[in-house]
Design a protein around this ligand. Structure first.
Ligand SMILES: O=C([O-])C(=O)C[C@H](O)[C@@H](O)C(=O)[O-]
Ligand SMILES: [Mg+2]
Length: 413
């Protein structure tokens, strides 16, 4: 029997471009916590998650009680996490137990795979596909972070109108071969964003298209825009806030509505299904409790006739590997998954395993997640975390350093 011997949590910061969204603008660095879990027989399992101070404190409290856990005892992991975390309600939020257990579950699966000499995808039921398709995730963005020498402009250039988005789409599709496109909206009035979507549809008629305004639109605007974009969109992601609002929109459009905002925990599935509020749920193992609970989500979606896609936040290679194994082993995850990976320029893993061909990532075949930590890179990005001073993502406050009157655009239009 192999057991957990020791866990190290390392917060890191990696350079992030000034991507615009409903809440403001991405800060110069995005944060992640890297989990290294050593077993008593000398293996190390890897995990990756968020890195705000309060999340780090919860992770550390759990890490302290994991030594001695059998690496195959995923139920034991959940019990220990539930015991450590004070019980709390989740009305509109993610489930804290699922959020905190996720990187440890991934690390345990990585360790299990290394012990057995099998890739994580095999532990999840086996690959139903050898490569996983991802979407080109387009953002309105500034040329660079204002006032940061050496960071302006970045290689992606400015994108503040439909032409800028078109240039970005061409570059991203040329470099990565994506066959699906997601536009992050909620930044400009909906008519301007719809114009960008129509331009994308005309230029890339074979590509699947989505727009995600992150609830920037009212119900009426969402119904109007859904009508305008009918026949163009594969799905419309979170046009408006809340299960009730989404349900109202859904009654007036045949475009499937997708969400990573009103259904973010198992407790939200029943009300969403009863209201017929969404037709596609975006999974994300970082808050759905890890890879196996994300598969459980997939099963529930299948049972209720809901589609399944995958959400992302700014992330590094350990997460991309985990997302790829999960998607490869989940039969009904048939939409191209989201990823922020093309936006990052630094990583903690050794290069060579994860690359995009025709918009897809081949499932790593090595034991476990199949990726290896680069200790030097980890050290450098940890130093960067210590230096940068950012301790929690706050796109709104960062935006207000340039536009003091800015308020998030939620249900603004
Ligand atoms: O699909 C989504 O809602 C996201 O990807 C959320 C992210 O936080 C995105 O808005 C971002 O990176 O700004
Ligand atoms: Mg979304």
């Amino acid at each position: 029997m192999s057991t957990v011997a020791r866990i190290e949590l390392t917060p890191v910061a990696f350079a992030d471009p000034p991507l615009l969204n409903v809440s403001g603008v991405h800060e110069p660095f995005a944060l992640r916590t890297i989990v290294q879990m050593w077993t008593d027989d000398g293996l190390v399992g890897l995990g990756e998650t968020y890195a705000s101070d309060d999340h780090l404190a919860r992770l550390q409290a759990v890490a302290d009680v994991l030594p001695g856990l059998d690496v195959f005892d995923l139920n034991g992991l959940r019990r220990r996490v539930s015991t450590v975390l004070a019980p709390g309600g989740i009305p509109n939020h993610q489930d804290p137990v699922d959020v905190v257990m996720s990187p440890f579950e991934v690390a345990l699966l990585d360790a299990q795979g290394k012990q057995l000499g099998r890739p994580v995808v095999d532990l999840l039921g086996g690959a139903v596909r050898d490569e996983v398709s991802f979407s080109a995730y387009l953002f309105y963005k500034w040329a660079g972070h204002p006032g940061r020498p050496g960071q302006e402009p970045d290689s992606w250039a400015e994108a503040l109108d439909p032409d800028g988005i078109m240039r970005q789409a061409r570059t991203m599709i040329e470099q990565y071969g994506f066959t699906a496109i997601k536009l992050k909206g909620g930044v400009f009035p909906p008519e301007q964003e719809a114009e960008a979507v129509r331009a994308l549809a005309a230029a890339f008629p074979e590509h699947k298209l989505r727009i995600d305004p992150n609830c920037a639109w009212t119900v009426d605007t969402s119904i109007r825009l859904a009508r305008e974009l009918s026949g163009i969109l594969e799905y419309l992601e979170d046009p408006t806030p809340g299960i009730d609002g989404m349900a109202e929109v859904a009654q007036h459009t045949e475009i499937p509505l997708a969400t990573n905002m009103c259904v973010v925990a198992f407790a939200h599935l029943k009300p969403a299904v009863l209201a017929d509020a969404v037709q596609v749920v975006l999974s994300d193992h970082h808050y759905w409790g890890g890879l196996r609970r994300s598969q459980l989500l997939g099963g529930i979606c299948g049972m209720f006739g809901l589609g399944l896609s995958m959400h992302s936040n700014s992330h590094l290679g350990i997460s991309l590997a985990a997302m790829t194994h999960l998607a490869a082993a989940t039969p009904n995850l048939t939409y191209a998954c989201d990823t922020h990976y093309p936006w990052k320029t630094e990583d903690v893993i050794k290069p060579g395993v994860l690359s995009f061909e025709s918009g897809s990532v081949r499932v790593p075949s090595g034991p476990g997640l199949g990726v290896e930590l680069d200790d030097d890179a980890l050290g450098e990005l940890h130093e960067q975390y210590l230096r940068c001073g950012i301790r929690k993502r706050d796109d709104t406050t960062y935006m207000r350093t340039f536009h003091p009157a800015f308020t998030p655009n939620t249900a603004r239009w």
